[in-house]
Write a protein that binds this ligand. Structure first.
Ligand code: HEM
Length: 508
């Protein structure tokens, strides 16, 4: 056995080391427990906590714990994740006052080591505020802003027609059909891919797995490396985070290489965001790596989320048949049964709009919210450099703005004249300057699928099977138990006939 030579420390080194370590630990703990900001104002109240590592949030449904804290402590609370203070906003007025009205001071993201590891520092979603983020956001905006999103309507209609036909042929796998719709749409916009992509495609599964890990990264205190940064350099630490980054890189670069080959061999690749960044890489000020990674964020951020939102609306329809019947009556009056609804009908169907808003409040797709970071001291005694989370779940339960918050009430979105209210909203797509840039594309996807499926089918629940009514909060998975029965409202042959002609004839 190899014996290491014993080297006694004769001087005061041990003492100095011990005292220094003690002082560092005390300072860090004192900073973490500090209940006042630098300007002397008290920080938002904290739920009781005695854990050294900070407040405990369960990995499963952490938003339920947050909502309990908000009920107990008030609309804005502060918790500790390791040595970091995290402020959580759980009521509507505070969300508007802080996250929306002072959005400029909250546009940053916290410097998460776990986030850096899983994205290689390349993702727009976790980019710190600064020139790099602005360049990426500007590039993304050109392809997702309202006018651009309007131009995608014809393709959304023709892909949504496939959702109807797929459900008609195979209703029990509706989640997979909805996911195929969402992925096919996003890959067309991102890379100009014309062929449908199935939910069972290995790349779709890989991105689902990637996003599952990504979501845990967003949760305060989920990874030790966010408190102890040097863990990142240990070879055995964070293998999963590193390997998930490799998976995403491989998928995104594979898609871009396919597009490049098409462009090089003069195949008609059509317009796409990927083509735009390839052709304008230098003008956009993006590095080659960034240009290759950026379209991939459409795939990751825009496919399972869109599918989850559509599935949430379908689940709400099956769970609340009386409310569904009111929307069907509106559809029958406005559209009738002999033609299928199109985007031009949108303004005439306010009840459907209200139903969708209520479904996405009832079961928010992003219940935990995304972490923001303050760059200035906030009125609410939130010092600069604090991580701030808008808890969508807690906000959705705010009784002041949404009376009887647990009741499914689409009418809350309408005024006495039967028009949509413009004085309330819900933060489905996040907050302030970091609000989801895919909002216009996603809203149209949710609307066109909902309207066509409500028009084509009556949705009921099979009460003999279990229902997981929280299953779509996050990402869609075909394994969520949601036993919806789809009964065609139009005779089978006629439905197929109308759908096969859709949207070309009906949209004229
Ligand atoms: C129903 C579907 C969707 C939902 C519920 C959703 C939700 C969100 C939320 C909550 C955020 C974080 C906002 C914040 O920080 O406050 C976000 C960010 C983002 N989303 Fe979406 N999203 C959806 C669809 C899409 C689509 C279709 C795309 C692209 C094609 C997309 C691209 C992005 C990107 C790039 C970001 C990061 C923006 C940034 O950090 O600057 N999303 N989304």
């Amino acid at each position: 056995m190899l014996l290491l030579p014993y080297q006694p420390i004769y001087d005061n080194t041990w003492l100095v080391l011990s005292v220094t370590t003690f002082l560092v630990v005390v300072t860090v703990i004192a900073r973490a427990y500090r209940s006042r900001s630098r300007n002397g104002l008290p920080l938002p109240p904290s739920p009781p906590n005695w854990r050294l590592m900070g407040h405990f949030l369960p990995l499963r449904h952490p938003f339920l714990t947050v909502a309990e804290w908000i009920d107990e402590c008030g609309p804005v609370i502060s918790i500790r994740a390791g040595t970091e203070k995290v402020v959580i906003i759980g009521r509507y007025k505070a969300a508007v006052g802080i996250m929306e009205k002072q959005g400029g001071a909250l546009a940053d993201r916290p410097p998460m080591n776990s986030g850096q590891m899983i994205t290689g520092g390349l993702a727009i979603g976790l980019a710190r505020i600064g020139d790099r983020w602005r360049r990426m956001r500007k590039a993304v905006h050109t392809h997702l802003q309202p006018k651009a999103a309007e131009a995608y309507q014809p393709l959304q209609m023709s892909f949504a027609k496939n959702t109807v036909l797929d459900i008609l042929n195979d209703p029990s796998n509706f989640q997979s059909h909805v996911l195929s719709y969402a992925v096919t749409t996003v890959l067309k916009v991102a890379y100009g891919k014309d062929t449908p992509t199935s939910a069972a495609d290995p790349e779709v599964r890989a991105i689902h797995q990637y996003m599952t890990v990504f979501r845990t990264v967003l949760q305060p205190g989920a990874y030790w490396v966010d408190t102890i940064p040097w863990l990142r350099y240990l070879p055995w630490y964070g293998r999963k985070l590193n390997s998930e980054f490799e998976v995403s890189r491989k998928v995104y670069f594979g898609q871009m290489n396919r597009l490049k080959q098409q462009l090089q061999s003069n195949v008609d690749a059509g317009p796409s965001f990927g083509r735009y960044v390839l052709e304008d890489e230098h003008r956009l000020g993006l590095s080659e790596l960034e240009a290759h990674y950026l379209p991939g964020t459409f795939f990751a951020a825009g496919s399972h989320s869109t599918a989850a939102a559509i599935c949430t609306v379908l689940m709400a329809a099956a769970c609340f048949p009386k409310e569904q019947a009111k929307v069907r009556a509106e559809l029958d009056a406005v559209v009738g049964r002999h033609r299928a609804p199109i985007f031009a009908d949108q303004q005439s169907l306010p009840l459907l709009h209200a139903f969708i808003s209520e479904a996405l409040r009832w079961r928010p797709v992003s219940p935990n919210g995304f972490p923001h970071r303050t760059t200035q001291d906030e009125n609410y005694c939130i010092p600069a450099g604090t991580t701030v989370l808008g808890s969508n779940w807690a906000i959705s339960k705010d009784p002041e703005v949404y009376p009887d918050p647990d009741v499914f009430k689409p009418q809350r979105w309408m005024n006495d004249q039967g028009e949509l209210r413009d004085d309330i909203t819900f933060f489905v797509y996040g907050f302030g300057r970091r609000v989801c840039p895919g909002i216009h594309l996603a809203n149209r996807s949710v609307w066109i699928n909902s309207v066509l499926l409500f028009w084509a089918f009556q949705l009921t629940l099979d009460h003999t099977k279990p229902l997981n009514d929280m299953g779509f909060m996050g990402l869609v998975s075909p394994h969520v138990s949601c036993p919806i029965v789809f009964t065609p409202r139009v005779p089978d042959m006629e439905l197929r006939h109308v759908m096969h002609r859709y949207p070309e004839v009906d949209s004229e």
